[in-house]
Write a protein that binds this ligand. Structure first.
Ligand code: NAD
Length: 379
């Protein structure tokens, strides 16, 4: 198979979908790899590193995509870029398939088969291809670091002849993959960490990291078949906010990572809760791309609300581009290996396989994924 990647053009995107390491892996498996010149510039990988790993260097995007069977990407293409993809070819990336801006329709119209890594089943067998998890982990780690750097206070307890410093208090709301990594990083930095999630199964995972789980009696919260959280009732939301307001007031750092798959993120920190927090404390909102967890947070900005700083970057993994890219490119290489017919070495999209049916959004000129079709209102 001929596999290509071009430079990402989304503002602030520094990650890449093919690294020299993943290129070598794909070439070893019998594929040809072609990357646009300067693909890895933000990750300190020059064209020579890709060449040494067996990749061909293309002068531009059009050339890279010309004969590609598979295009690997970090972000969704623009509509114009979609029109440069080869009809009949396959595109794999974070396609943000619920977003209604005509991109998915453009991919279908172009005759491109498009697979969205967000739709990967969260099962043990798919773990090595789980790009959401790899990028959430890096983001969780980085959010804790960023909070530590911005706080203006030390995180660990220090007892010195110059005085004693109490450990900083960190509260993590939403303890999925990103939240758990933020908890682990906060603990390593010496903070006193507590965390909450609406899925009760998470309690044990939080405690195994040495953090305290905040118990709130919300009644039945359940989870979806895919293991994702369900939206709370208004009464449950009220109870959660009431209980967490006290915890926020005691915290120096609050990191929010609460998400509802394919839906707007829940507001877990309100203006009233911010007003009760200590001046100078810091809130990091991970959910801004899906609407935000914190009332008043603004994309890619640090805003001050009632003396509390609220930070909401859209792309934390891009700030750790080298390792985020390495993990993501490994996820994609593992995915490509699953799509390669073991006998012919050619691309095989077997729609009977869950892995493929779950992730394939457009195929043969149509939006074929039932959930995306319905949400985009395709006829
Ligand atoms: P996510 O990004 O969809 O959500 C983040 C967290 O927010 C979740 O833990 C969710 O329960 C929580 N949340 C939602 N509403 C909330 C609210 N109002 N208040 C507080 N927390 C709230 O989740 P994710 O990190 O992508 O993980 C999704 C699921 O996939 C989890 O069940 C996870 O354990 C599972 N998973 C399984 C595997 C596997 O290999 N088996 C791998 C990765 C993830």
């Amino acid at each position: 198979m001929r596999i290509a990647a071009a430079r990402e053009t989304a503002p602030g995107e520094t990650r890449v979908a093919i690294t020299p390491e993943s290129s070598a892996r794909l070439v070893k498996g019998g594929d040809q790899v072609v990357v646009e010149s300067d693909l890895g510039e933000h990750c300190f990988w020059g064209d020579e590193h890709y060449r040494d790993a067996g990749a061909e260097i293309a002068p531009d995007r059009r050339f890279a995509f010309e004969k590609a069977d598979i295009v690997l990407a970090v972000r969704r293409p623009t509509i114009e870029q979609a029109s440069q993809l080869r009809p009949g070819g396959l595109l794999i990336g974070f396609l943000d398939p619920f977003r209604k801006d005509g991109t998915i329709e453009a991919l279908a119209a172009r005759g491109v088969s498009a697979m969205s890594v967000e739709m990967m089943p969260r099962t043990t067998t798919a773990q090595k291809m789980d790009a959401l998890s790899s990028q959430h982990s890096i983001a969780g780690y980085y959010m804790a670091l960023l909070a530590a750097e911005r706080l203006g206070k030390a995180l660990p307890m220090m007892v010195t002849p110059s005085g004693a410093i109490h450990p900083a208090r960190m509260l993590v709301i939403g303890s999925g993959v990103a939240g758990l990594q933020a908890i682990a990083t906060g603990k390593r930095l010496g903070a006193r960490v507590e965390a909450f999630d609406t899925r009760p199964v998470v309690k044990e995972q939080v405690e195994s990291l040495g953090a305290k789980f905040v118990e709130i009696d919300l009644g039945d919260t359940g989870q979806t078949e895919g293991g994702y959280a369900k939206e709370l009732t208004d009464e449950q939301k009220r109870r959660q906010r009431e209980a967490l307001a006290d915890r926020c007031a005691a915290a120096d750092i609050v990191i929010t990572t609460a998400q509802l798959f394919g839906r707007p993120a829940p507001v877990v920190v309100t203006r009233a809760m911010l007003a009760r927090m200590k001046p100078g404390s810091l809130v990091v909102d991970y959910a801004i791309e899906s609407g935000g967890n914190v009332e008043g947070s603004q994309a890619d900005k640090e805003v001050e609300i009632d003396g509390v700083r609220v930070l909401a970057m859209r792309n934390y993994p891009a700030m750790v581009a080298v390792d985020a890219s390495r993990m993501y490119a490994n996820n994609l290489a593992a995915f490509v290996e699953e799509l390669r017919d073991p006998e012919s070495g050619e691309l095989k999209l077997d729609l009977e396989r869950d892995l493929i049916a779950s992730t394939l959004i457009t195929h043969k000129g149509e939006i074929i994924h039932p959930m995306i079709r319905e949400r985009l209102g395709a006829s």
